[in-house]
Design a protein around this ligand. Structure first.
Ligand SMILES: Cc1ncc(COP(=O)(O)O)c(C=O)c1O
Length: 371
């Protein structure tokens, strides 16, 4: 069986290192807010060239905390693509805002012309989602945001290490939100997330919101490190065990990307001219291939053929946001035709650093046979 994704091989290879590290961490006696989390925060923000950063409980929380920090009012609108993960939307609603869905372009990413159409006096935020591992057209988005005094919060959950014009995603807007869900570029064996920012006041605020509004390391504050809340918040901690695993893996993340890109280029070479719509790396982008997403009108035929031959695939995402009951009443611009069309034909082929080149060759062989 070729799995769509699996951590087992990576774990087998690094088992001793990981278990030793967890043992060391637990022996220290800290479960939360210890030196493993602090070290991870320091190295992550340094690696992605941001001034400040906080580790949080998940990518969903990273988005939620960022949006809560903007203190959205009842009618405040947040422009967001309809082709995204559910948590991009739930975070907006849970932060008290109104998602405004717009369509995506041929690259599956938020469309600039659609953003322009969706802006009105209530627009407060744009969330570009760097989907599948590719950065959105940030130059244009920044221009629009500046002109209209709109904040940008980047959803980088699938794009850690991706670049737009040689600059890492995550610091174009007021914040960049990352996920360490196991299938992501840097995955842990549980949940985890991160917020990057270059704005000191925003940083202080998200740090308080992360932990019930408590000041955990601002020595100027009267109630520093006491159980005293300065504002309403939530509980979203990256624990010491997950932090220590992430510290181990962060050192190898460039290597993970090299492997992902190597596998992707083999797919690109082998699956040419078969009528499959292939992922395309935009001119200004460095794509990290969190997924290898293709499109074909006869998706089910291909998926079932691969399944019969013990190859797993996934559909990311099978339903556009507004086509699900939970979100059918959401505001949107009139036509979301690309998102709707793509949702009927996109599917993702196996791709993760431990996948072997000969497994990719095998997958390609079956796809060629099928088509
Ligand atoms: C685009 C996108 N946004 C947000 C999230 C949420 O991240 P998490 O699963 O860590 O909460 C995910 C992950 O599923 C995602 O793919």
């Amino acid at each position: 069986m070729i799995k769509y994704w699996s951590y087992k091989e990576e774990y087998k290879k690094n088992k001793n290192k990981i278990l030793n590290k967890i043992n060391k961490t637990l022996s220290k006696g800290n479960v939360f807010f210890g030196n493993q989390m602090e070290l991870f925060e320091k190295n992550f923000k340094k690696k992605y060239k941001a001034k400040f950063g906080i580790a949080v409980g998940s990518g969903t929380d990273a988005l939620l905390i960022s949006l809560l920090a903007l203190e959205l009012k009842k009618n405040d609108e947040v422009i967001v693509p309809a082709n995204t993960a559910i948590p991009t939307i739930s975070a907006i609603i849970n932060a008290g805002g109104r998602p405004k869905l717009v369509d995506v372009g041929e690259d599956y990413l938020i469309s600039i012309s659609q953003i322009k159409k969706a802006i009105n006096k209530n627009t407060k935020v744009i969330i570009p989602v760097h989907l599948y591992g590719q950065a959105c057209e940030m130059k244009e988005i920044l221009k629009i945001a500046k002109k209209n005094k709109i904040k940008i919060i980047e959803d980088c959950a699938q794009a850690q290490g991706a670049k737009y014009k040689k600059k890492f995603v995550g610091t174009f807007g007021v914040s960049g939100c990352f996920s360490f869900y196991p299938t992501k570029i840097l995955g842990t064996y549980g949940d985890g997330g991160f917020v990057l920012t270059n704005d000191f006041n925003f940083f202080e605020k998200i740090k308080r919101i992360r932990f019930y509004g408590i000041e955990t390391n601002n020595k100027k504050k009267k109630y520093f490190n006491e159980y005293y809340s300065y504002e309403n918040g939530l509980n979203s901690r990256l624990d010491e065990i997950q932090s220590s695993i992430l510290n181990l893996k962060l050192k190898h993340v460039n290597n993970f990307l090299t492997k992902r890109r190597r596998l992707a280029s083999l797919y690109l070479k082998e699956l040419k001219n078969l009528g499959l719509k292939m992922p395309k790396e935009n001119i200004n982008c460095f794509h990290v291939y969190n997924t290898f997403t293709v499109y074909h009108k006869k998706r089910n035929l291909i998926i079932n053929y691969l399944k019969k031959n013990n190859i797993q695939t996934r559909i990311i995402y099978p339903y556009p946001i507004h086509k699900m009951k939970g979100y059918e009443k959401i505001d949107r611009i009139r036509s979301l035709s690309n998102t709707e069309k793509f949702s009927k034909g996109i599917f993702c082929l196996p791709l993760y650093p431990e996948l072997k080149l000969n497994e990719v060759m095998k997958i390609c062989k079956f796809i060629k046979n099928c088509l």
